[in-house]
Design a protein around this ligand. Structure first.
Ligand SMILES: Cc1cc2nc3c(=O)[nH]c(=O)nc-3n(C[C@H](O)[C@H](O)[C@H](O)COP(=O)(O)OP(=O)(O)OC[C@H]3O[C@@H](n4cnc5c(N)ncnc54)[C@H](O)[C@@H]3O)c2cc1C
Length: 323
């Protein structure tokens, strides 16, 4: 396969971002060449079957790949890419890809563009657009070495569509002895919130420094998110204050989100925060400062105290539900 998309999944199903990465791969693929998946993990038969409903899938399924450590996953990617003469490697722009793809690229001697948001053809060559300096400028880059390694933001391209007839699933033999064993994962702690992931949700409600405690965060930000079936996110100010965990951070050094509806509760709108959410379809900001920069990107703005407005909003949503 000349173009390979690394499938990101939770062991049960594909992550939405991977379908956007496949859509992007299909857009830049040479005519008549169908991009394929590389699915890695342990016991990933179900994910492989789902993947094959979009594109052919190569599957590396072994207990040694149970946990996605960068050393092992990069090794498998490199072996598969070399064996197949792969020219383009893609993945969704995510924490998973940030960990693994640069390592694979370096091992392959390729050229990488991360966080790609667009692509055009100039003089017969692909030119990729990617944001720099927290989105202040957009760079156009050409990748001059092979393979090209690209991570793609969800907003760059619509998700790939299902094909009528499922494509092939090909098992790849992974020699356990050939995999690096330098990292031993001792334990994984997951904070189950029961809410969707901030990077995948249709609705994201984020809280900023205005939120004074973890209890207030759960009551106001979590409460509104739950009423709307959305995810709870936060600015870095709350992460730094220990009120929210790192995985909720939206922004340049957090997660990039592009939901249909984004609530910014008591968030000033620093450029590093905007870098992670300004592509949201509709932005609602509540802030006590009428001059807060967040209002420059907001579609709807409410000037006021989140401690008064949000409980009222929750109350009205509850009342509407009962009616
Ligand atoms: C290299 C680098 C990377 C960074 N990456 C990120 C990132 O990924 N994500 C990120 O978010 N930040 C990031 N930051 C930090 C960023 O610069 C800001 O400091 C941060 O976003 C501020 O968070 P905030 O808006 O919650 O807080 P503040 O800027 O302090 O804003 C709080 C807002 O709440 C309002 N307010 C206060 N009380 C109330 C109330 N009761 N009701 C309503 N409104 C109220 C205030 O008017 C103010 O506008 C980064 C910074 C650097 C240098």
């Amino acid at each position: 396969m000349q173009t390979l998309v690394i499938a990101e999944h939770d062991g049960d199903s594909l992550r939405k971002g991977s379908l956007h990465a496949l859509g992007f791969a299909q857009r830049i693929a040479d005519e008549g060449v169908e991009p394929g998946w590389l699915v890695m993990g342990s016991g990933v038969g179900k994910v492989a079957r789902e993947a094959a409903r979009y594109a052919p899938a190569l599957v590396a399924d072994t207990p040694q790949l149970d946990i996605p450590t960068a050393d092992r996953y990069a090794r498998v990617i490199v072996d598969v890419a070399r064996a197949g003469g792969c020219q383009r490697l893609l993945a969704a722009s995510s924490t998973f890809a940030k960990d693994i793809l640069p390592r694979a690229c370096a091992m392959l001697g390729g050229a990488m563009a991360s966080d790609v948001v667009g692509c055009a053809e100039r003089d017969g060559q692909l030119v990729f657009q990617r944001p720099m300096y927290a989105g202040s400028v957009t760079a156009s880059v050409r990748l001059l070495a092979a393979p090209m390694v690209i991570t793609v933001r969800g907003t760059a391209c619509p998700a790939a569509e299902m094909v009528v007839a499922p494509r092939t699933i090909t098992a790849i033999a992974v020699e356990a002895a050939s995999l690096p064993a330098d990292i031993a994962v001792l334990q994984r702690d997951c904070r189950a919130t029961g809410r969707p992931d901030v990077a995948e949700a249709r609705v994201v409600v984020s809280g900023g420094r205005a939120v004074r405690s973890s209890d207030d965060f759960q009551r106001l930000v979590g409460g509104l998110a739950d009423r709307l079936g959305g995810a709870a996110g936060s600015s870095r100010a709350l992460v730094d204050a220990g009120i929210t965990p790192n995985e909720l951070q939206v922004g340049q050094t957090g997660k990039i989100v592009s939901p249909e509806l984004y609530f910014a509760l008591g968030i000033s709108g620093a450029v590093q925060h905007l870098a992670g959410m300004r592509n949201s379809k509709t932005i609602v900001a509540i802030n006590s400062d009428p001059n807060a920069p967040i209002f420059e990107v907001a579609d709807y703005g409410l000037v006021g105290d989140i401690y008064e407005i949000v409980p009222e909003l929750i109350e009205r949503l509850d009342a509407e539900r009962h009616d």
